[in-house]
Design a protein around this ligand. Structure first.
Ligand SMILES: Cc1ncc(COP(=O)(O)O)c(C=O)c1O
Length: 398
């Protein structure tokens, strides 16, 4: 039987594919350094583990309301409100299976088939496929490479058509580390208000800002009504596999997202919800500890990359990636970022993600959410491989 054209048009997530390949190589006994997946190397908060244990051992594992257990919705409302500088009620929150589900629900609620959604480019690789999954049309709008890939508000405005329904903003950004200032967000918000668009604000990296300050576009005058905030615990609390995210929006949007979720996936996993509640109650100390580590590792990465000839890297202001420009090394077999990453894995057993996956083929993405010694080893392998390419050795044998 044929699968739908929609499903045919959506490739698997390259990051998950890369992770699977790393797993295969490791099972075959290879010494692979992975700076691929965006996963903090720290364990999650102990409070979360204990709460999940209590939930499982106490048999507290049945269905919950689809939008989440009331205490968690209330705690998430308080948390998201504090982060975004607004005040949310529990009924404005939906607890989801990771931020991914929150984004998918936001798009499903916002878009009719054929509606257009403006995406950052370079930008996170799942936004486009998520739009396609709800029959919306992704419209990547390139940021200015000379200004840290910031959007020029005029270019943003020029991309709006009569079918545009929403704009996705991701600050701090995966993969670039771009953090928009309040004034820059105000200019983006003005386009949304003038053209009557929803703004979907993916705030999953909010605690990890090294330069400047985190600002949620929802907190700008008049924007609370037209912003769907997406957040979660995967990055901020190092709880990736627990799959807890949040969507915060007007009561009407939250209600619609909750109804959809009640059909699609019911509640987020019950033990994970109890873990999330405990993690939120434990406060921000865990995130602050990770932020300090990521900032230190950003320094390690910048220093190492500075020694690599013709690699260009602006310090990322936030998140936990570096996105160096490496196209000086393209040529011969190295036809672009995909080939370079394949070559790094082949020759140096270093896993990093091609910039092409994010819409910028001149760059590659390295996660700095890896232990210092893993990061140092990964950077050393990258330097060695680039040196070999310069000498024309590895490219010929790849
Ligand atoms: C920008 C961005 N948004 C959302 C997500 C998804 O988060 P979650 O694992 O909570 O679904 C990621 C994960 O890599 C991400 O980088």
């Amino acid at each position: 039987m044929d699968i739908s054209s929609r499903a045919r048009s959506i490739p698997p997530s390259l990051v998950f594919e890369l992770d699977a390949r790393v797993g295969e190589l490791r099972r075959a006994g290879e010494d692979v350094v992975s700076l691929g997946a965006g996963q903090p190397d720290f364990p999650g908060p102990e409070e979360a583990v204990r709460a999940a244990q209590r939930s499982v051992e106490g048999g507290n594992v049945g269905y919950t309301p689809a939008s989440g257990i009331p205490d968690l919705r209330a705690a998430a409302a308080e948390h998201v409100g504090r982060v975004s500088g607004l005040s949310y009620e529990a009924k404005q929150l939906v607890v989801t299976s990771g931020a991914k589900e929150a984004l998918a629900l936001a798009l499903a609620v916002a878009c009719d088939p054929g509606d257009e959604v403006i995406l950052p480019s370079p930008g996170w690789l799942s936004y486009g496929p998520m739009c396609q999954a709800v029959d919306a049309v992704p419209v990547p709008v390139p940021g200015d490479p000379d200004r840290g890939f910031r959007w020029d508000p005029a270019a943003l405005d020029a991309a709006v058509t009569s079918r545009t329904r929403a704009v996705i903003v991701n600050s701090p950004s995966n993969p670039t580390g771009l953090v928009y200032s309040r004034d820059e967000l105000a200019a983006i918000a003005r386009v949304c208000a003038d053209r009557d668009l929803l703004l979907v604000s993916d705030e999953i990296y909010w605690p990890f800002v090294f330069d400047g300050a985190f600002v949620s576009p929802a907190s700008l005058p008049g924007m609370a009504e037209r912003t769907i905030v997406v957040n979660g615990l995967s990055k901020s609390h190092s709880m990736t596999g627990w799959r807890i995210g949040f969507l915060a929006a007007t009561p009407a949007i939250a209600k619609a997202a909750g109804s959809l979720k009640s059909h699609l996936s019911s509640n987020a996993a019950t033990p994970s919800q109890h873990a999330a509640l405990a993690a939120l109650r434990a406060g921000d100390a865990h995130a602050e500890m990770m932020k300090d580590a990521f900032e230190r590792r950003r320094g390690l990465a910048l220093a190492a990359v500075a020694e690599m000839p013709d690699v260009v890297l602006e310090p990322p202001a936030g998140a936990f990636y570096v996105f160096p420009r490496v196209d000086a090394y393209y040529g011969g077999d190295i036809t672009g970022s995909v080939a370079l990453c394949a070559s790094l894995l082949e020759h140096e057993r270093l896993a990093v993600v091609p910039g092409a996956a994010f819409g910028e083929d001149r760059c590659i993405r390295l996660s700095i959410a890896a232990a210092d010694e893993v990061l140092a080893e990964g950077l050393a392998r990258m330097a060695r491989h680039l040196a070999a390419l310069r000498e024309g050795v590895a490219g010929r044998t790849a």
